[in-house]
Write a protein that binds this ligand. Structure first.
Ligand code: GRF
Length: 205
């Protein structure tokens, strides 16, 4: 039998998306091995979740920049994933932008989940941006990473209706329910070799 795709999950926060991936792998729904979970925040709960499930949890200091990794740090991230045979990088609430060396080491092999219907509301707290703007529908997007913030080819989206009495918290909660559904689904499709990128378009067979 072919070896399972090895994924490396990167996150800076609570890791609820990691949990949904762990649960789907455990249920036999996604044919991947979670090789490691890596964080730029030493005390991030995502690392604790990984340890609880016997997954290698690694903290790599990000360096002095706030929104990206220092060059040496970025090289360590790449080496860490390569050393573990990772074939797909999965960003799950990783709060720093990746630069050329990382992206070139994993061409069309890094995915991200963003809490809006891209290209609307890139950047931070996208659910709050959507609420403040007054849109009726928002949602979440899984996309490949390329240079640029939240701009890569879109793989899958899910729509969430905005309610009149939503707060940022209630809206984000409902978006996360959809995130936990579509992120494992995309990972499954990639693991099954059913996702191809043609320019800006993603073809799912
Ligand atoms: C999610 O809302 C995701 O869309 C965004 O960061 C958040 C991560 O949440 N990129 P969690 O750490 O997976 O709970």
């Amino acid at each position: 039998m072919a070896e399972k795709l090895r994924i490396g999950v990167l996150g800076s926060g609570k890791g609820s998306n990691l949990q949904s991936i762990i649960d789907n792998v455990a249920a036999g729904k996604i044919p991947v091995k979670i090789a490691c979970v890596v964080s730029d925040v030493e005390e991030a709960y995502i690392l604790e979740r990984a340890r609880k499930h016997g997954i290698e949890a690694i903290y790599i200091p990000p360096g002095k920049h706030k929104t990206k990794l220092d060059a040496e740090s970025e090289a360590q991230y790449v080496k860490c994933l390569k050393d573990r045979g990772v074939g797909l990088g999965v960003l799950a609430g990783f709060m720093r932008m990746l630069k050329e060396p990382f992206i070139e080491a994993f061409p069309n092999r890094i995915i991200n989940i963003h809490p809006s219907l891209l290209p609307a509301f890139r950047g931070l707290e996208a659910w709050k941006q959507a609420l403040d703007y007054g849109v009726r529908y928002t949602g979440c997007t899984v996309h490949f990473i390329e240079m640029g913030m939240d701009t890569g080819p879109i793989i899958m989206q899910a729509v969430v209706e905005v309610k009149d009495d939503d707060t940022p918290e209630t809206l984000h909660q409902r978006i996360q329910v959809q995130e936990h559904r579509i992120y494992p689904e995309v990972i499954r499709l990639i693991a099954e070799g059913r996702v191809a990128v043609k320019g800006r378009k993603v073809i799912v067979r």
